[in-house]
Design a protein around this ligand. Structure first.
Ligand code: M6R
Length: 599
């Protein structure tokens, strides 16, 4: 999704700071990029290009761009294709202002028609471009830059993180409504961004902006005001993670680095929540929360798979629980009753999940966010928040955040349902970081990936806690290899998907422990074998499944709940090595974005 960076006070370094910030935002996914510079002079310089950031950098080589205040943008197309002219920033007819925007302006067509009728020339297909033209009209009426910016905001409806710079001033202005925007404060420079990594190399002091707020940054200071113009007191937060965490640390890709960070991420997630003896969990932040009588989960993508897993945890504790795709929740809302509604979202900014949580809240349900990002919209808007503490995840494909979501959901379900008989599950949680390390140290995922690199499709099957893992394994495989992959509840195979199974479709079966779920999965593997498909078993060896498997990806013996985490690590490695052998763009798969901020 689109990314924003802006800076004030870096003088002749402004352009370098913008380009560096844009490079840090690339992980969000984008299809064009642009920058604008201004200052105490009568021009705003804009340069923008479709495609990768390198295209913009090449274009800038032959250009003299000047300015002591600047804004930069990575665009993920919504209104109009990815072309140079649709890239942000956008200008007015006179070139007095440059504007960039994340989100969607819902009433842009009506405003655009009105502006065109009054003589404005538009240079793009975007919804955003109405803003500089609205500002132009307000400036023509004698408004100051700030007043003109506010006037434009008062006309637009929808979601936005928006920033503008003007001729003749070293100030930058920005505002947010339903789209993330943060300020960074340094001794002699200020930053604005959609996402902290954009300026984390320069400062750890962050201001989180709220909906309806407008900020002015200039070399002499910064101020945040509400929609009426009244000053809002804001205290800076200190970002806890280090800038180094957003580098690749010698790995070829962020994804594989993040896969290897899982033992540490899990330790962080469980720190202070699972005691050393492994027989108690505690979540101080939820000490006063009454056990829920029922739970609804809302989430998308990988987080939805975590939600399916979380719902099982609660059901096992005797609490009725259901997982919903957030994008469907608002369209067809289930009866809310006395449910606690839990939104799972790594970024805390996924539009579909936020909208489902808002719907739940509007209908009177208490809401709880399970998220990775401190100060994210989900964290700010929900009644309660559980941080998964995975550290920044840059690869578009979720990996360590999935593991940390599963671990955090274990603690949450045990803590808030006050489940008594849980010693075994808690012990397995305590041992989970070292179990994951063992998988990382011993995985043969690379060799297995090579063996099946020419497969037509990959099918993943599992039951119980391993069913969401099968879905997640397939999602990982398809998003980074671009090959057909599907996850199924193992028992469903014979109800249709078995028709797809051939000798060219390996079936990856997750069977852990020797319980009913694993034994029945073994039965399903036999069905697959009879159709000449190869079987890759992800197993701890308890069920005897390896007898029927062509390859085994082993996981340590543990509780089925935590084996779901170790099994998903094997599947991440299988997908990663398959994608690496196919030479795919692993960290930024085609058409995908890290943080999906439109519905
Ligand atoms: O930030 P969120 O967890 O709300 O993101 C939801 C999905 O977009 C996300 O999990 C997506 O499916 C993964 N990046 C896929 O690996």
């Amino acid at each position: 999704m689109c990314g924003i960076i802006g800076c004030v006070g870096r003088q002749e370094e402004t352009l370098d700071v913008l380009l560096h910030g844009l490079s840090k935002l690339e992980y969000r996914g984008y299809d064009s990029a642009g920058v604008a510079l201004a200052g105490k002079r009568d021009a705003v310089d804009i340069e923008k290009r479709a495609g990768k950031l390198e295209n913009l950098q090449e274009a800038l080589e032959g250009v003299e761009m000047q300015g002591t205040v600047g804004i930069g943008h990575t665009r993920w197309s919504t209104h109009g294709p990815p072309t140079d002219s649709n890239a942000h920033p956008h200008a007015d007819c006179e070139g007095q202002v440059a504007v960039l925007h994340n989100g969607i302006i819902e009433n842009f067509q009506e405003i655009r028609d009105e502006l065109v009728a009054s003589g404005h020339d538009f240079a793009s297909d975007t919804d955003t471009e109405v803003v500089p033209h609205l500002i132009e009209d307000a400036l023509a009426e004698g408004a100051s830059p700030e007043a003109a910016f506010r006037e434009a905001l008062s006309r637009i409806e929808g979601s936005y993180a928006i920033a503008a710079i003007f001729t003749g001033t070293e100030a930058a202005f920005c505002a947010r409504q339903d789209s993330p925007l943060v300020l960074g404060l340094d001794a002699d420079a200020y930053y604005l961004a959609s996402d902290v990594p954009a300026f984390r190399d320069y400062t750890d002091q962050v201001i989180y902006m709220e909906d309806g707020e407008v900020a002015r940054l200039d070399p002499d200071g910064w101020a945040v005001t509400d929609s009426s113009g009244a000053l809002v007191e804001k205290d800076p937060h200190v970002v806890e993670w280090d800038a180094k965490e957003t580098g690749k640390s010698g790995y070829d890709h962020y994804m594989i680095k993040e896969v290897h960070e899982q033992p540490r991420a899990l330790r962080e997630c469980l720190r202070g929540r699972v005691d050393e003896l492994g027989d108690q969990v505690q979540l101080e932040e939820f000490a006063g929360l009454a056990p829920p009588s029922s739970v609804q989960f809302v989430a998308c993508g990988t987080s939805y798979h975590a939600a399916l897993y979380g719902a099982q945890l609660f059901r096992e504790a005797g609490v009725p629980a259901q997982a919903f795709l957030a994008s469907e929740y608002r369209t067809s809302p289930p009866p809310i009753g006395s449910n606690l509604v839990i939104g799972i979202t790594q970024s805390g900014e996924t539009a579909d999940t936020l909208s489902a949580l808002r719907e739940a809240s509007r209908r009177g349900a208490p809401t709880l966010a399970v998220t990775n990002v401190v100060g994210s919209s989900a964290a700010r808007e929900c009644d309660h928040t559980l941080y998964i503490r995975a550290g920044p995840e840059i690869g578009v494909a979720a990996s360590k955040t999935f593991a940390s979501q599963l671990a955090a959901l274990n603690v949450l379900s045990l803590a808030i349902t006050r489940t008594g008989d849980s010693r075994e599950a808690i012990g397995a949680l305590r041992d989970l970081p070292s179990a994951v390390q063992e998988v990382l140290d011993e995985s043969t995922g690379e060799a297995v990936a090579k063996e099946y690199i020419d497969a037509d499709a990959y099918f993943f099957i599992g039951r119980g806690y391993q069913y969401p893992v099968a879905l997640e394994g397939a999602l990982k495989m398809k998003e980074i290899t671009y090959k057909h992959a599907e996850g199924f509840a193992a028992g469903e195979l014979k109800h249709g998907p078995l028709a797809l199974v051939t000798e060219r479709t390996p079936v990856i079966a997750i069977a852990v422990g020797d319980g009913d779920a694993a034994q029945k999965t073994v039965g399903n593997i036999k069905e697959v074998e009879a159709r000449n498909a190869s079987v890759i078993a992800v197993t701890d060896g308890e069920s005897g499944v390896e007898r029927y498997a062509d390859h085994v990806l082993p996981v340590p013996e543990s509780h089925p709940r935590t084996a779901a985490v170790t099994a998903s690590v094997q599947l991440q490695l299988l997908a990663y090595h398959s994608a690496a052998q196919l030479g795919r763009s692993i960290d930024k798969p085609r058409n995908l974005a890290k943080s999906v901020t439109v519905e």
